[in-house]
Design a protein. Structure first.
Length: 138
């Protein structure tokens, strides 16, 4: 039972979008398309593992951030995700489609996700390219 609880805690921490665990990882990239995007429309997150080892990930738990005068701020979300850690093999990529919130203000945004470097069990944040969000009311 203790092992099960420990494993659940590790998975919860690994997938938490607010985890501060280090800089972006060389060889691992996260991109968002299309750019620019429109509030309320879907975007595709692509996680590319250009390293020579496996990484653990859960793109559903990625957080959206908006650029402000004081830096990048997390956009609150009520999205519910299963707290599972998937594996991405070396040299592979995976796509995840998600909806941008309909009420987003125009501005610069990016996504942040956490990955586990399985060879070292280290967790790191990876940030996407910045992209513009328009309201679509032009």
């Amino acid at each position: 039972m203790r092992t099960l609880l420990s494993s659940a805690l590790v998975l919860l921490l690994a997938c938490s979008s607010s985890m501060q665990s280090g800089p972006d990882v060389a060889g691992i990239s996260l991109t968002v398309a299309p750019a620019p995007a429109t509030a309320g429309d879907s975007v595709t997150l692509t996680l590319d593992n250009g390293t020579d080892g496996q990484v653990g990930y859960n793109l559903c738990a990625s957080s959206l951030e908006r650029q402000s005068a004081s830096g990048w701020e997390v956009v609150p979300s009520d999205v519910a995700c299963t707290m599972e850690l998937r594996t991405l093999e070396a040299g592979s990529e995976v796509e995840y489609r998600t909806l941008l919130p309909a009420g987003l203000a125009e501005g610069q945004y990016r996504y942040r996700t956490n990955v586990e470097i399985t060879s070292t069990s280290a967790y790191r944040s990876v940030t996407s390219n910045a992209f513009r969000v328009n309201t679509g009311s032009d």
